[in-house]
Design a protein around this ligand. Structure first.
Ligand SMILES: [Mg+2]
Length: 319
C-alpha cells in the first residue's frame, strides 16, 4: 500500500512549471528553492474520515481532490503561489487498495493542474478511519502576502464565485436515507482560487483576505477579529450557488454559514477598482467594513440583525 502511494507521488515530484523542488521524495527532507526575494507560505490541513469526509458520500477521487484543495485555497488566500505539497496519510489496514488509488489520483490530478509537486510525506496504519494531513508550501514576494488583519472601516467586502453548494449537498446527504444519491447532489469539485489571489496581491487590490472554508459568517468574523473592525453584509447581495436540477439558488443560510466552498473573501479600499470578474469568476460586493466591531446582516427591506459566526461545523462535530 505504502509503496504504491510513494510511487504515485514520486511521479509528480518534478513538474515542468515548477523548479522549486531540488530534492523531493527519497531523501530525509525535501530541499525547496524559493524564488529570489520571496517568503515561504506554509499551511497544514487535516482531512479526517467521519469529520471532513465520508467514504460512502463521495468518490475517493473527490476526497483526494478536496484534501489538496484545502491547502491550495489557504495559499490563494494569502495571494501566494503554491510550490510543493506534502502528504501524511494513515490508513486502516482493511482499506481497499482501490480507494487509495482513487484518492491519490484525485489529489495528484489537482496537483498537476497547479504545477505543484508532491514532494514528501509519511504513511502509517490507522486504528480508526483514514487520516490525511496535507501541507502546502507556497511563496509570495517579500512583504506582499495578504493578511487577515488589513481591513479598515470604510473598506468594501467582496466574495468570489457563489456560495452554499457544498453545504446544501451535505445537508441533503445527511437527511437522505438511500445509499445511491441523485444526480442533483453531485457537486462541482472546489477549484482553489490561486489565480485570483495572485492577481489581487500583484495589483495590491485587497486590504485583507481569507478563504471561505468554514462559511462566510465565520470566515468574515476572523477578518473582523484580526483587523479589529466590524462588518455589514447585505443579505440580497450574497451570491448564492445554483445547484444543477434546482430552479432556485440555495437558501441564504447555506450561502452565509456553509463551509467547503473555497471561494475568497476579501476587503478593499473604497478607491480600489475591483473588476466584476477575475479569471472568469464573478466577484461580488457584499458589504462594508465598519468601526463597530460587530457583524450585522441587513435584510432586503433594510432591517438589521446581528450576524453570528455560525459557519460550518464539520458533520462529525454536529450534535
Ligand atoms: Mg483558510
Amino acid at each position: 500500500l505504502i509503496a504504491r502511494v510513494k510511487s504515485a507521488a514520486a511521479g509528480s515530484a518534478v513538474s515542468a512549471r515548477n523548479r522549486a523542488i531540488i530534492a523531493g521524495i527519497g531523501d530525509d527532507c525535501c530541499v525547496l528553492r524559493l524564488p529570489a526575494g520571496h517568503e515561504a507560505l506554509i499551511t497544514t490541513d487535516f482531512s479526517l474520515e467521519g469529520v471532513h469526509f465520508r467514504r460512502d458520500w463521495e468518490s475517493a477521487e473527490a476526497t483526494g481532490h478536496r484534501c489538496l484543495a484545502r491547502g491550495l485555497s489557504d495559499i490563494a488566500a494569502m495571494g501566494g503561489t503554491p510550490l510543493a505539497a506534502f502528504l501524511s496519510l494513515a490508513l486502516p489496514p482493511d482499506l481497499r487498495q482501490q480507494w487509495v488509488d482513487g484518492f491519490m489520483r484525485g489529489l495528484l490530478k489537482l496537483a498537476k493542474e497547479f504545477g505543484v509537486g508532491l514532494a514528501g510525506g509519511d504513511t502509517a496504519a490507522s486504528r480508526t478511519g483514514v487520516i490525511a494531513d496535507i501541507i502546502v508550501v507556497g511563496s509570495a514576494p517579500k512583504g506582499s502576502a495578504v493578511m487577515r488583519s488589513g481591513a479598515r472601516p470604510g473598506d468594501s467586502i467582496y466574495v468570489t464565485g457563489r456560495l452554499g453548494a457544498a453545504a446544501r449537498r451535505i445537508s441533503e446527504l445527511a437527511s437522505a436515507r438511500q445509499r445511491r444519491w441523485p444526480d442533483v447532489l453531485r457537486t462541482a469539485l472546489p477549484e482553489p482560487r490561486i489565480k485570483i489571489g495572485e492577481r489581487l496581491r500583484q495589483r495590491r487590490l485587497a486590504s485583507a483576505m481569507i478563504d471561505v472554508s468554514d462559511g462566510l459568517s465565520t470566515d468574515l468574523s476572523h477578518i473582523c477579529e484580526e483587523s479589529g473592525v466590524g462588518a455589514e453584509i447585505h443579505a440580497d447581495r450574497v451570491p448564492r450557488a445554483q445547484v444543477v436540477g434546482l430552479r432556485q439558488p440555495v437558501d441564504l443560510r447555506f450561502a452565509l454559514h456553509g463551509g467547503d466552498d473555497y471561494e475568497l473573501l476579501f476587503t478593499a479600499k473604497p478607491s480600489a477598482k475591483i473588476p466584476l470578474g477575475i479569471a472568469g469568476v464573478p466577484v461580488t460586493k457584499v458589504g462594508l467594513i465598519t468601526r463597530s466591531k460587530q457583524m450585522v446582516l441587513i435584510a432586503h427591506g433594510g432591517a438589521r440583525q446581528t450576524l453570528r459566526p455560525r459557519g460550518w461545523e464539520h458533520f462529525g462535530r454536529r450534535s
